[in-house]
Ligand binder design. Structure first.
Ligand code: FES
Ligand SMILES: [Fe+2]
Length: 411
């Protein structure tokens, strides 16, 4: 690849640091081609590490979470056993294949009784380490070897309290190897203190990458969020880095002269939340996030391949760190389950409860704006009239995800 000219380096200072990304347009077919979607199931979603929850969701031995993963045609049980270890299994009884735990929606949490999970069809029971425990009328089977009939295991590892699974029988890399530089870059954020979570979700009529890409750049903020986030009119998106298939950048918001906060924001920022203990808590950020400790830092938003975008804030206006993430679960080539989840430190006062409610409402409004373009984008791309799309420098994370997608897919 020819070295970038000085002019190109000025126009695309971040992108040209990673010559392997190129600077030309990217192809549209991966966003709309049904055959490629079928290939993604095997080449991406059965090969990569996927976030399925937080350790705080299953704090005690016997606690479980069930996660439906349509793109891999399975449902997964993540359960904490008697020793405190977290295990993952296919939600499938080894007798005749019934689901062991019935989900309520895409995600369900619960607690086992007596550390046993019992299939409701013929009452085979399994312990939380996956072993087959009890079989009614066991003597009527032909030499049943219970040791070979435990639940079907799925690889499960944790990083910073995030629970990931890998559906590959023999994953090429362990989780930390897979996360590459992200594992170190984002370690040490006080994730475990923000134990209160709220989730919005909906099914979007678009390809999962159309949705993922819309959350992977700040270029759209001054236009799409002009109504809900007018103070972000002059955002700076910087601190880009790529780590293999993953990438990151941060948003800073220099104050806009003459900009007045909305009445609600003014109340929350100026009256309800007045103590010095309220953020931003720049000292609590890991040193590689906002390395200059700028006070106009908004959040860092690392993009984890394939389907996770994390947002790490400094707890502006709140007495603890607040973070959130988006996940994009493919249902078909043109349908995606989007989930946006906010995490807060447990509130201690009425004003903190109001601050949480305000943040949830603000995010809901902003996310409604974000998701408002996705179905139109996908519908228009399906016309086939656009073969390629051009990307500017701040869309480098899309370019990196797109490059990783081609590498995993081998096409
Ligand atoms: S299918 Fe589960 S006990 Fe028979
Ligand atoms: Fe947005």
């Amino acid at each position: 690849m020819a070295a970038a000219s000085d002019e190109l380096k000025r126009a695309m200072p971040y992108t040209t640091r990673y010559p392997e990304l190129g600077t030309g347009p990217i192809d549209v077919a991966p966003l709309i081609d049904p055959d490629l979607f079928e290939l993604e199931k095997e080449k991406i979603f059965r090969k990569t590490w996927l976030l399925v929850g937080r350790e705080e969701e299953i704090p005690e031995p016997g606690d479980y979470k069930v996660r439906q993963i349509d793109v891999a045609s399975t449902s997964v049980i993540v359960v904490r056993d008697k020793t405190g270890k977290i295990n993952a299994f296919h939600n499938l009884c080894t007798h005749r294949g019934n689901k062991i735990i019935q989900e309520e929606g895409a995600q369900t949490t619960g607690r086992t009784r007596s550390h046993l999970m019992t299939c409701r069809f013929h009452a085979w029971s399994f312990s939380t380490d996956g072993k087959l425990h009890g079989v009614p009328k066991e003597e009527n089977f032909n030499k049943l070897d219970k040791n070979c009939l435990g639940l079907k295991t799925i690889h499960c590892e944790q990083w910073q309290g995030f629970i990931f699974i890998n559906l590959d029988k023999t994953p090429e890399k362990n989780l930390v190897e897979y996360l590459e530089g992200m594992a170190d870059q984002f370690a040490g954020y006080p994730y475990h203190e923000s134990t209160v979570s709220y989730r919005y979700s909906t099914v979007l009529n678009c390809n999962w990458k159309v949705a993922m890409y819309a959350f992977s750049e700040g270029y759209h903020v001054p236009t799409i969020h002009a109504a809900t986030l007018p103070s972000l009119a002059k955002i700076e998106q910087i601190d880009y880095q790529c780590f293999g298939p993953h990438s990151t950048s941060a948003l800073y918001v220099p104050p806009v002269a003459g900009m007045q906060p909305t009445p609600a924001t003014g109340n929350l920022g100026g009256r309800l939340v007045t103590s010095k203990q309220h953020g931003p808590h720049l000292d609590l950020l890991p040193e590689k996030i906002n390395p200059e400790r700028r006070t106009d830092f908004q959040f860092e938003f690392p993009v984890f391949f394939p389907n996770l975008v994390l947002h790490l804030g400094a707890g502006n206006g709140y007495p603890g760190m607040t973070y959130f993430h988006h996940q994009f679960w493919p249902l078909s080539v043109g349908q995606t389950l989007w989930e946006g989840t906010n995490y807060f430190r447990p509130p201690k006062t009425p004003s903190e409860r109001v601050a949480i409610a305000h943040t949830n409402a603000l995010h809901r409004n902003a996310w409604l704006e974000d998701t408002s373009t996705m179905e139109d984008t996908y519908a228009a791309l399906c016309s086939g009239a656009l073969d390629e799309m051009v990307l500017m420098d701040e869309e480098i994370m899309i370019r990196n995800t797109h490059r990783a997608w081609h590498e995993y897919m081998g096409v």
